[in-house]
Design a protein around this ligand. Structure first.
Ligand code: ADP
Ligand code: MG
Length: 366
């Protein structure tokens, strides 16, 4: 055995970076989430070569003060929480303070940022964890990150990257999810000089769905709306005729975050059961707001998995939201029935519906 040594900070950051930064899409995710947390109303993401050689993320958010720029790149530096207690009420997407330190450990980073109150912007360059430049620059309000040569100093990791086309499609999927989860923000995604996505940010979820999935899907949606203490659901449910062959179109966002969760998926699919064929999965875009106390978002650095402390309630609420949305009258197939010749006269309100509920049984007048 050789002598035990404490790792130097750059090595520690490189190792930590492995947990957060797996591929270009993870960099884009972290930087766009920072832009959203910074209050941006417009975010532009441009990549070349699948993002491996070049990524630029520009936002019109609050910017970073010159005096905070250096510390923003330190590990566990964050402006979003101060103590563990804050975790319960976290409203921001990030809070671990790891993204910038991780990204700058494994790539060449250029940051241009300006706050409203500053006359000059700041240009900061850092590569492989080493600061290169900190100087004045002219800049609009907001922040631009340029990331070049991802994993240039960790060749083993670079080898795990897929082709530029595959990496670009991961970024594209991510941009789709970001746009669907934040209809109030305008997102543009440019891949190799071509604009692939550009949402208006007008706040209308249906417009975003139309933009991404097209007319056929957008014109076959039912609204979902459900409100119960501690939990609120809004969004759209695809009519069963646009059901899909896989789960990729089950989009749901918990407190603004894209999430995969077996309880939520099951509740959605169970509610659709009577309407869809086997091996078909619904199209949904649901925004679920749950009181911070009931969700654990700190399960994994990439925060895709969520844990709830009141699983049954979450299941019931989501099931009810979907079930109610699907049972809106327009979905119940309308079948022309020959006028029954009632033995007894029935009132107009009590015409038998196709799906008859106990209340709608023809009343018998005595
Ligand atoms: P976290 O998001 O977990 O706080 P990050 O490493 O992602 O940690 O970012 C560190 C800090 O840098 C943030 O807390 C924020 O104050 C600042 N920051 C990063 N990106 C932006 C941005 N686009 N606009 C404004 N501030 C930013
Ligand atoms: Mg962050």
């Amino acid at each position: 055995m050789s002598k035990i040594q404490v790792l130097d900070p750059i090595t520690i950051d490189k190792i930590a970076a492995g947990e957060v930064i797996e591929r270009p899409a993870s960099v884009v995710k972290e930087l766009v989430e920072n832009a959203i947390d910074a209050g941006a109303t417009a975010v532009v993401v441009e990549i070349k070569d699948g993002g491996i050689s070049f990524m630029r993320i520009t936002d019109n958010g609050c910017g970073i003060d010159r005096e905070d720029v250096r510390s923003a790149f330190l590990r566990h530096s964050t402006s979003k929480i101060r103590s563990v207690d804050d975790l319960l009420h976290i409203g921001s997407l990030g809070f671990r303070g790891e993204a910038l330190s991780s990204i700058s450990a494994v790539a060449q980073v250029e940051l241009i940022t300006k706050t409203k109150d500053q006359t000059f912007g700041t240009l900061y360059r850092i590569a492989g964890g080493k600061e290169e430049t900190l100087e004045d620059t002219g800049a609009p309000d907001g922040t631009t990150f340029i990331i070049r040569q991802l994993f240039y100093n960790t060749p083993a990791r670079r080898k795990f990257l897929k082709t530029p086309m595959t990496e670009a499609s991961h970024v594209g999927d991510l941009m789709t999810r970001l746009a669907l989860s934040h209809p109030h923000i305008s997102f543009q995604f440019i891949n190799n000089g071509q604009s692939k996505l550009h949402t208006s940010g007008n706040g209308k979820l249906k417009d975003v769905i139309y933009h991404i999935y097209g007319r056929e899907i957008a014109s076959n949606l039912l609204q979902a709306e459900y409100d119960t203490p501690g939990l609120k659901i809004t969004g759209f449910l695809g009519k069963p005729i646009i059901s899909r062959g896989n789960r990729n179109f089950e989009n749901y966002y918990v407190n603004g975050r894209y999430a995969r969760n077996s309880i939520i998926s099951r509740a959605i699919e169970d509610a659709y059961k009577d309407f869809t064929m086997q091996h078909k999965y619904p199209f949904v875009v649901l925004h679920i707001e749950i009181d911070g106390e009931h969700v654990d978002v700190n399960v994994h650095p990439t925060k895709m998995e969520l844990r709830f402390n009141n699983q049954q309630e979450v299941y019931n609420a989501i099931y009810s939201a979907v079930d109610q949305g699907l049972h809106e009258k327009e979905l119940i197939p309308h079948v022309e029935m020959p006028e029954p010749k009632p033995a007894v006269q029935s009132t107009p309100e009590s015409k038998p519906a196709v799906r008859s509920t106990p209340e709608s049984k023809p009343a018998v007048r005595s």
